[in-house]
Design a binder for this molecule. Structure first.
Ligand SMILES: [Mn+2]
Length: 409
C-alpha cells in the first residue's frame, strides 16, 4: 500500500514582504502554491498511489479566490481520471460550514465537523479505514479525541487525520496529546497545521508533512509531502518528497577581514550564483561576524542600496535577495557623541588627523556614490548638506544630547 500525506496547501496565499521583483519571478511566486499542488498530482500518478490525504488548510482563507478553487478542482479531477481517491479535511484557515456544497468529483471525500470513518479497498484488496474531521469555525477548542473510535478490527490499516497541535483543552487548534493518539492504536496519524515538517512519533508514525510551499521568510528549506508505504512487517513508513517550486532560505556568505562595498557586492553575487540552483531561492542574507564593513559598505547596507544593487545583479532565475543584514552581535554599537568636552576633542583630533589617516578616510569616502558624483558633476550646497547629514545619522548614530543617548538604533 502506498499513499500521499500532504497538508497546509494555502493555495491562495498572499506573499508579502517582496518588493521590486522581476515580472517573471513575481508570476512564478504567485503561482507557486498551485504549481506545487500540480507536482503533487504528478507524483501521485507516477507512483500509482492508492489514495491521497489532504489534512486541512487547503486554502488560506474561508473565502477562497476563484483561481485557487479552480486549481484545486482541476487537481482533483486529474486524480479522479487516474482513479486515485482523495480524503480531505478543512482546517482553521479554510473552515467550512457542514452544508457547504463543493461539487467535488466522485473520488473525493471531505470530512464534516463530526469525526467519521471512511473505508477504502485498494487495488491489492487492502482495507484501509481513515478517520478525521474538519473545522466548521476558526477555532476548535473542544477535545476531539473522544470522538475517535479505537482501531477497528475489520480493516488492515487505520489512519487518523488531524489538523491541530499538541496542547490542553481550551487551546484553539484542536489540542491533543501524543499519548492520546497512541491510545487509539492506529497505524498512522496524518497531521496538519504546523508548517515545519516534523515527526512526533516514529512507530506508529505521527507526522506533520509541513506545508507544500513555503509562504514567508521563516518557512525555509525544502517543502513538500510525505509518500507513505507499507512495509513487509505491516508498518507504514513516510518518506519526504520535495514539491515546492520556490524555496525561502537563510544564507550566510564566506567573508573575512574588512570588506568594501564593491568587494561585498562582487563576493555576494559570485557566491550566490555558485550556491543557488533550482528551485528558485528567496534568500535572507546574514553577513558573518568574521568580516567588518568599510564605512561606505556599512552605509550602503543600512540604507538598503546594497540590497537594491544585489537585486539588480541577479536575473532572479535561481536566486533573489529579500533581505541583507549583519549578524547580531552582543557588543554595543559604536556611538560618536558630540558633547561639550573640548579637551577630549583636541586629544582625539591629534591622534586621528594624520596625513596617512586622511588619505585612508578619503579613499573610503570615494566609495560613496554622492561624493564621487560631486567630483564629476555639481551638487548644490543643499544636496551636499542633506547627503552628509544622512551619512552621519545613519552610520555614526549621531547624537546631540548631553546624556549621550542615541537618536537612532
Ligand atoms: Mn492550520
Amino acid at each position: 500500500m502506498k499513499f500521499i500525506h500532504a497538508a497546509d496547501l494555502h493555495l491562495d496565499t498572499p506573499f508579502q514582504g517582496l518588493t521590486d521583483l522581476p515580472t517573471a519571478l513575481q508570476t512564478q511566486i504567485m503561482r507557486a502554491p498551485i504549481d506545487s499542488l500540480n507536482r503533487l498530482v504528478d507524483l501521485a500518478i507516477d507512483e500509482a498511489v492508492d489514495f491521497v490525504l489532504l489534512v486541512g488548510d487547503l486554502f488560506d482563507q474561508a473565502q477562497q479566490s476563484v483561481q485557487a478553487q479552480a486549481a484545486l478542482m482541476l487537481a482533483l479531477e486529474r486524480l479522479n481520471d487516474a482513479e486515485i481517491p482523495v480524503i480531505l479535511s478543512f482546517g482553521n484557515h479554510d473552515f467550512q460550514p457542514d452544508d457547504a456544497d463543493w461539487h467535488f468529483p466522485a473520488n473525493v471525500h471531505a470530512f464534516g465537523s463530526q469525526v467519521e470513518t471512511v473505508t477504502l479497498t485498494t487495488a491489492q484488496q487492502t482495507k484501509v479505514a481513515i478517520t478525521g474531521f474538519s473545522y466548521a469555525q476558526r477555532w476548535l477548542t473542544t477535545p476531539m479525541i473522544d470522538q475517535f473510535p479505537m482501531k477497528t478490527s475489520s480493516a488492515d490499516y487505520q489512519i487518523g487525520m488531524w489538523h491541530g497541535q499538541t496542547g490542553v483543552a481550551g487551546d484553539h487548534y484542536a489540542p491533543f496529546k501524543v499519548s492520546e493518539l497512541l491510545g487509539k492504536h492506529y497505524d498512522y496519524w496524518a497531521l496538519g497545521h504546523i508548517h515545519q515538517r516534523q515527526e512526533l512519533n516514529a512507530v506508529p508514525p505521527i507526522d506533520y508533512p509541513g506545508n507544500l510551499q513555503g509562504r514567508q521568510r521563516n518557512e525555509t528549506g525544502a517543502k513538500g509531502c510525505l509518500l507513505v508505504s507499507s512495509t513487509a512487517d505491516h508498518q507504514l513508513r513516510p518518506v519526504f518528497k520535495p514539491l515546492a517550486t520556490i524555496l525561502w532560505q537563510d544564507w550566510t556568505p564566506t567573508l573575512s577581514g574588512e570588506v568594501s562595498r564593491s568587494a561585498l557586492l562582487a563576493q555576494l553575487t559570485d557566491q550566490l550564483n555558485a550556491a543557488m540552483t533550482t528551485p528558485t531561492q528567496l534568500v535572507s542574507i546574514t553577513l558573518p561576524e568574521t568580516c567588518t564593513l568599510t564605512t561606505a559598505a556599512n552605509l550602503a547596507l543600512t540604507q538598503g542600496t546594497l540590497l537594491r544593487q544585489l537585486q539588480q545583479a541577479t536575473t532572479g532565475e535561481t536566486w533573489w535577495p529579500v533581505d541583507l543584514q549583519l549578524a547580531q552581535t552582543t557588543s554595543a554599537p559604536a556611538t560618536l557623541s558630540f558633547g561639550e568636552d573640548g579637551a577630549t576633542w583636541q586629544a582625539v583630533g591629534q591622534q586621528v588627523i594624520s596625513s596617512a589617516k586622511v588619505a585612508e578616510i578619503a579613499d573610503r569616502l570615494l566609495d560613496e556614490d554622492f561624493l564621487n558624483r560631486a567630483l564629476l558633476e555639481t551638487l548644490t550646497p543643499d544636496q551636499w548638506q542633506q547627503q552628509v547629514r544622512q551619512l552621519l545619522t545613519d552610520h555614526y548614530q549621531l547624537t546631540t544630547q548631553k546624556d549621550g543617548s542615541t537618536n537612532a538604533d
